[in-house]
Write a protein that binds this ligand. Structure first.
Ligand SMILES: Nc1ncnc2c1ncn2[C@@H]1O[C@H](COP(=O)(O)OP(=O)(O)OP(=O)(O)O)[C@@H](O)[C@H]1O
Ligand SMILES: [Mg+2]
Length: 472
């Protein structure tokens, strides 16, 4: 909700900023147009002022030429007069043109131009007279009439000049005013933009800070969950390891029971049967044969009991160690499955703890069972390599490989690989399953040779007691 109102406020802020900017821009553009118009008017007024000045000058030139001629009688004095006449016409036309849109100006110029025309007519008349009789013409000049006309024309034109000067001043003042306004507008625009930038920048910084805080919180939560998952995984691994140890202990106990109880009974039966068979030998041949068969059955039972004990607790592992147990296992399973087997085992292995030895043995056992169940392999190899730091076990088959859709995380009901991994984890090691479709499976296990993996002096002493005592 707060986020929504913040968004609305920001949008309103930006929208009003844009509107204000547009308004200031429009006002500034209008001011600029007015400014240009004002300068155009001022320039035109300046031109007009110049034309009016030129007209006065040309009139004075014409009058000077006229007087020079009348006083000296030399035609050369008439040159400025004749040059001024067309120029005066031209200037008058131009000035009239200027006032086309200004009725008041046109009226005032009309009045002044009447005096100009009158002056021109007077000058033309005196010259006509002057060419015939100079004195008459000079008398005409001596009257104040010509001077008054000239004065009136000059006054009218100078009045118009002042009027134009006023126009120039007025336009320049308005231009200055517009410039001032435009400056204020730009100042306002800059202020608005700076305020907007600051507001948006602050908002952005706040959002970034909030996002950062959320990210940190998320990371902390994720780290907490991660720790929890790790702790749970450790607990589960410990539990699985414990269960596996309990199972192995239970198997050992069962094997001992089978050996001590059932083994003793079966051996006693066999001995007694042997005794009876000796006694009736020759007297009861049929019973003798029957007893022989019963003794064979007893042998079979002893054999099955031995096999059971072997499966529960491989005696070869106890008696001869991991290396020999693996050799025997690979030979047995290989022969059963008609595999071409290869073994790569070091001559000697460090003495491993019972737990480690049984775990590695079971891993090889499960790998071979899997290979026989699923791989359809022709060749199977088992390798053991040992450094001072770690032990590496590799079981490889050249079968069809893991199914293409194999997902180690969702193999409900399949506990072989999981159990192997649990055993390895319990020993502090790692397990990698490598498979290429059609090219078999390789299981690689690395176990560090820690105190937990190596046999202790104590366990070695205990092992010496039990070794050689064939529980089968
Ligand atoms: N060597 C192998 N070659 C081909 N596929 C294999 C091999 N080893 C395992 N698999 C495949 O991996 C699956 C999982 O094996 P895993 O040993 O975990 O379970 P399982 O053998 O099916 O059941 P369990 O071992 O619990 O009796 C098997 O079902 C099989 O499809
Ligand atoms: Mg299996």
């Amino acid at each position: 909700m707060a986020k929504h109102s913040q968004l609305l406020r920001n949008t309103l802020l930006i929208a009003s900023g844009i509107l204000l900017t547009l308004a200031v821009l429009i006002a500034s553009e209008t001011g600029n147009l007015r400014l240009r118009e004002g300068y155009t008017q001022a320039i035109r007024a300046q031109q007009l002022q110049n034309d009016l000045g030129d007209l006065i000058t040309e009139l004075v030139n014409a009058e000077a030429g006229q007087r020079g001629f009348l006083l000296t009688g030399k035609d050369s004095y008439l040159d400025p007069y004749y040059k001024a006449l067309p120029r005066i016409d031209e200037l008058m036309a131009r000035i009239r043109q200027h006032y086309a849109d200004d009725p008041e100006g046109l009226r005032q110029f009309g009045e002044a131009s009447q005096f100009v025309t009158r002056k021109l007519n007077e000058m033309a008349l005196t010259l006509v007279y002057g060419k015939r009789d100079v004195d008459v013409a000079l008398d005409m000049i001596r009257t104040d009439f010509g001077k008054q006309t000239m004065e009136s024309a000059r006054r009218g034109l100078e009045h118009l000049q002042e009027r134009e000067s006023g126009t120039i001043t007025h336009n320049l003042e308005s231009a200055e005013h517009d410039l001032q306004l435009s400056r204020y507008g730009i100042g306002l625009l800059t202020a608005i933009n700076i305020a907007l930038l600051i507001t948006v920048g602050l908002g952005h910084a706040r959002r970034m800070a909030m996002a950062d805080a959320a990210r940190v919180q998320l990371e902390e939560e994720s780290a907490r969950l991660d720790r929890k998952v790790r702790a749970r995984t450790r607990q589960l691994s410990a539990l699985a390891g414990h269960l596996q140890r309990v199972t192995e202990d239970e198997k050992t106990r069962l094997a001992r029971e089978l050996h001590d109880e059932l083994g003793a009974i079966l051996t006693a039966i066999k001995l007694d049967l042997h005794w009876v068979r000796m006694r009736i030998q020759g007297t009861h041949p049929e019973a003798h044969d029957k007893l022989t068969r019963v003794m064979q059955h007893a042998d079979q039972a002893i054999q099955i009991k031995r096999q059971l004990i072997e499966d529960l607790r491989p005696t070869v592992l106890l008696n001869l160690g991991l290396r020999e147990a693996i050799v025997q296992l690979v030979e047995d399973v290989g022969a059963r499955n008609q595999w071409d087997t290869a073994l790569d085992l070091p001559e000697t292995l460090p003495r491993l703890s019972d737990n480690a030895a049984i775990a590695l043995y079971r891993i090889v056992q499960e790998s071979l069972t899997n290979a026989s169940k699923y791989a359809r392999a022709k060749q199977v190899s088992v390798g053991l390599a040992c450094t001072t730091e770690q032990l590496t076990l590799t079981v490889r088959d050249n079968g069809q490989g893991l199914p293409p859709d194999f997902d180690a995380g969702s193999i409900a009901g399949h506990h072989g690989l999981l159990g192997m991994e649990q055993r390895v984890l319990a020993l502090g090691g790692t397990m990698h399953v490598d498979s290429t479709p059609g090219r078999g499976v390789t299981i690689c296990i690395e176990v560090p040779l820690t105190a937990a993996v190596l046999a202790t002096e104590e366990s070695l002493a205990q092992g010496a007691d039990t070794q050689g005592a064939d529980i089968a």
